[in-house]
Design a protein. Structure first.
Length: 153
């Protein structure tokens, strides 16, 4: 299934999963949460996701490197500052947070399975090929960075 590697932009993939999740929200009975807790958790995940995505994009822009996740070989600089000191994949982490926000909004725990599938897809077809390309591009400094910073959080 190598043909799927780096083919679907993660933002588009996240939107696809969000639509599927929304269409699947009535598959099972939602859990009863207080409306305040539902709103708070939804907003926490929405804003956490927004924060890490924006921080990731800003760090890439400051480094004058590509934000196109389908072309990691076009990276001009190894970005290891800002949010990249905490996570190697802030944009993917942010997208996952947005999908979790949808889980809380619908109060449907079954939808968490879709978030897991989203993460597994990213791991297999986006992150692993990206990391191979970045290792070829930056060599030992990239490997050292990977030893110091977790892939997610």
């Amino acid at each position: 299934m190598k043909f799927l590697e780096l083919k679907i932009p993660p933002l588009l993939l996240m939107c696809f999963f969000a639509v599927i999740m929304w269409l699947s929200k009535d598959i099972s009975t939602p859990i009863i949460l207080s409306s305040q807790l539902t709103i708070i958790m939804t907003l926490v995940f929405l804003f956490a996701g927004l924060f890490v995505i924006v921080a990731g994009v800003v760090a890439f822009k400051k480094a004058n490197t590509t934000v196109d996740p389908t072309k990691p070989q076009s990276s001009a600089t190894l970005v290891d500052s800002g949010i990249y000191r905490v996570t190697r994949n802030p944009m993917y982490l942010g997208f996952s947070c947005w999908l979790m926000a949808l889980c809380f909004y619908t109060a449907n725990p079954i939808l968490i399975g879709f978030v897991v599938l989203f993460v597994l897809y990213l791991e297999q077809f986006q992150i692993t090929p990206e990391e191979r390309a970045l290792e070829q591009l930056f060599g030992q400094p990239y490997l050292d960075y990977c030893q110091q910073v977790r892939r997610w959080i």
